[in-house]
Design a protein around this ligand. Sequence first.
Ligand SMILES: Cc1cc2nc3c(=O)[nH]c(=O)nc-3n(C[C@H](O)[C@H](O)[C@H](O)COP(=O)(O)OP(=O)(O)OC[C@H]3O[C@@H](n4cnc5c(N)ncnc54)[C@H](O)[C@@H]3O)c2cc1C
Length: 376
Amino acid sequence: MRAEVVVVGGGITGVSAAYFLAREGARSIIVYEKNYIGSGSTFKCAGGIRASFTSQEHIVLMKRSIELWGELARELGVKYLRSGYLWLASRERDLERLKSYSAIHNSFGVPTRVVGPDFLSKVAPYVDSSRLAGALFDPLAGKACPFDATQKLYSVSRRMGVDYRFEEVTGLLAEGGSVRGVRTRTGDVHAEHVVVAAGVWSKPLLEKAGVDLPLAPEPHHAVITEEFGRLFDPLIIDVETGAYAVQTFEGHVLMGVEVPEEHLWEPTPRLDFLEKVVRVWSRWLPWLPRANLIRYWVGHYEVTPDHHPVLGPVSGVEGLYVATGFSGHGFMMGPVVGEELASWVLKGHSRTREARNLTVDRFREGRLIKELAVIG
Ligand SMILES: Cc1cc2nc3c(=O)[nH]c(=O)nc-3n(C[C@H](O)[C@H](O)[C@H](O)COP(=O)(O)OP(=O)(O)OC[C@H]3O[C@@H](n4cnc5c(N)ncnc54)[C@H](O)[C@@H]3O)c2cc1C
């Protein structure tokens, strides 16, 4: 069998890459997914989308991704809302930190601003403002439904001719410094280009081709409540702990907070996560102890040493590309990463300098990038 491009992984990154490759005119694309579409981190995520980061790479790429989320909503009907992010500070020192972030955002045209209790009562009527020192509002941010977005990109790209195969890629075929295709249990598939978008599992797969990816599988936990009517529009963040809460399109409140974790390939449930998340959010959502928690799960962040993704061509193996290492931001980056990969594969270069700065070479060359605003 033969294809112009093989994509390994059917999460948001893989389906978005397939969609943009098809849109930009790739002749034949096969996507391999070892389980089911979205079964990695994608269906475990909160769906938050923002450009209010502090690195140029994150901000520039995410501003473009937000434009593309808008297009996907208009053209494919993806469930996406620009409902904002609200960073809640109860301590003056956290508010000062938010002000310094806001100056960075504004210098890149991301219109964040500091707001007080009056604003909070309008956009988040069921959030208690009595402890509020101030908040940072990001009106450009928002949320999309991970299930809806991934399924729509999957079905539209299939209609555009992308061939999805539910089978594991067991190895990469490379010879004389070039990729030749992939190996599966049912045979080899030859391809000019191979895009590895296999989430945390990109690391063991690339290792087989002699490529060392500094990527760690970091467990992250999330829980949802029963459904409510409108409680708050923006995704809210408790700046002191980095905890987040978002009301899903169906009305559930989805919450996460970091608990100390080892790097684990098979994450395990943690009761102390549930205790911590309810403790943190009860301070802002006093009604929470009376709400029913209906589901809890744990998934992975694919984490790199500088919390930025690894994108683009792998030097030394022509035709091989990687897209992972999103460190908790891979869902929101899906569209822009798909667009950048299509440009790399079909035109031989990235669309932006910022994407080019994110190749795996930066670790070897010691060009790590700093990001201050990591949450979750
Ligand atoms: C609790 C939680 C909350 C999060 N919240 C957010 C958020 O609000 N916003 C945000 O942007 N991000 C968030 N994230 C991060 C986000 O979920 C991930 O960064 C993103 O989903 C990564 O997508 P992906 O397609 O790169 O990887 P994955 O979704 O992991 O997809 C990789 C796919 O590759 C397949 N695969 C692996 N190896 C092979 C192989 N050898 N052959 C074939 N198939 C293979 C897997 O089965 C999997 O389906 C969150 C993550 C968690 C855990």
